[in-house]
Design a binder for this molecule. Structure first.
Ligand code: J67
Length: 373
């Protein structure tokens, strides 16, 4: 097995990728809090792949837990609209020297944030929403509520097929504090997440509503700069939530909401006027029209989660049910994810040992142990 370092970006002398020789033509496509990502070709399968190098996954317990959770979840899932793990690899052969993790997944063309700004017709808009709903429904069936769906974490092909790239916030995520220079985007987080209230599966519907709105208008719907600004933008746009919702909020949230002016409910045909949509030529597919898109938005963007549409009902809505495919909507649930796995209180060295074991197991299964390519 050729394990020579392959510079990801020779011009900048950036992060080196040391991966098996079967992966060729590496070029950088992203950098984030967890590490750098390169595109490559797998010369054995002839398929394009994305390779993520987890940078210093043992720098602290938070990074180690996140790496472990991601790997476990990527191994678990099997759905056409969720990215799955093809391989995992470490060039180090002992626990003592172990320091780098490479994760390999199938590669698409770009992410959804790049698509925003191109005006899309209802066929494309509704197909994107349908796929997000199916993917999220599948994650829910494994006991995973995403809570942090956003355009940069949805990868797409030119034919509008998509895959959800990550698994969102861990259940035990404590604070939003992050010790890196990467900014955390809260623009798609549901009101109950912003207000730290109890939440259910339809937090993810809120995010899909925000993304649909952004695909239509080309603008982030609620571009808050912090929690307070995020909340203010939501209520000035969608109106003050009902007394029932406020009564169910925490005392501190209630006190704050009650200091604010009362904002009226908007008309959705004013928020999303006909001019925001591409004009339809001919009759188009039944159900795929401005009226149904607005109706879907209004149901997804209900501030009160008890009034918000469920994933099941959203999939039955006339704006997306035209795409219904049994194997995509009702795919058998995977083995439920055991949240206790990443909630264990272990030392960094114990996390390191667990990760080493996990990577070696996957490496042996998918890339072989030997020196062959
Ligand atoms: O599938 N993995 C992808 C992916 O398809 N993209 C989109 C993408 C692909 C390109 F070839 C070029 C660009 C240019 O920038 C915008 O996006 C693209 C991804 C973008 C960023 C990261 C990833 C994959 C991350 C990953 C996560 C876990 C394990 C392994 C890789 C991808």
């Amino acid at each position: 097995m050729d394990r020579l370092p392959q510079p990801a970006d020779p011009s900048s002398g950036d992060t080196e990728f040391t991966v098996p020789g079967r992966f060729q033509n590496l070029f950088p496509i992203g950098i984030g809090a967890q590490g750098a990502v390169c595109a490559a070709m797998d010369t054995v399968t002839g398929r394009p792949v994305a390779i993520k190098k987890l940078s210093r996954p043992f720098q602290d317990v938070t990074h180690a837990k996140r790496a472990y959770r991601e790997i476990k979840l990527m191994r678990l899932v099997d759905h056409p609209f969720i990215i799955k793990l093809l391989h995992a690899y470490t060039p180090q052969t002992t626990l003592r020297t172990f320091c780098d993790i490479y994760l390999f997944t199938e590669r698409m063309d770009t992410n959804l944030s790049v698509v925003i700004g191109n005006r899309l017709d209802h066929e494309r808009l509704s197909f994107l929403v349908y796929q997000m709903l199916c993917g999220i429904k599948y994650l829910h069936s494994a006991g995973i509520i995403h809570r942090d769906l956003k355009p940069t974490n949805i990868v797409v092909r030119a034919d509008c097929s998509l895959k959800i790239l990550d698994f969102g916030l861990a259940r035990s995520v404590g604070t939003n504090f992050m010790m890196t220079q990467y900014v955390v985007t809260r623009h798609y987080r549901a009101p109950e997440v912003i207000l730290s209230l109890d939440y259910g599966t339809n937090v993810d519907i809120w995010a899909i509503g925000c993304i649909l709105a952004e695909l239509i208008t080309g603008q982030v719907l609620f571009p808050g700069t912090d929690h307070v600004d995020q909340w203010n933008r939501i209520i000035t746009t969608l109106g003050t939530p009902t007394a029932e919702f406020i009564a169910r909020s925490s005392q501190s949230a209630r006190r704050y909401i009650e200091t604010l002016p009362v904002y009226p409910k908007p008309q959705f045909d004013q928020l999303f006027p006909d001019s925001a949509f591409l004009a339809v030529e001919g009759s188009g597919t039944a159900g795929l029209n401005n009226h149904n898109a607005r109706d879907m938005l209004q149901r997804m963007l209900a501030i009160d989660p008890l009034e918000r549409i469920s994933v099941q009902d959203a999939l039955a809505h006339p704006y997306v049910n035209v795409w219904f495919h049994e194997d995509e909507v009702n795919r058998p649930a995977p083995v439920p994810y055991d949240h206790a796995l990443d909630e264990q209180e272990l030392t960094i060295d114990q996390w390191k040992a667990l990760l080493f074991q996990e990577i070696q197991e996957i490496q042996n299964l998918t890339l072989g142990t030997g020196t062959e390519n």
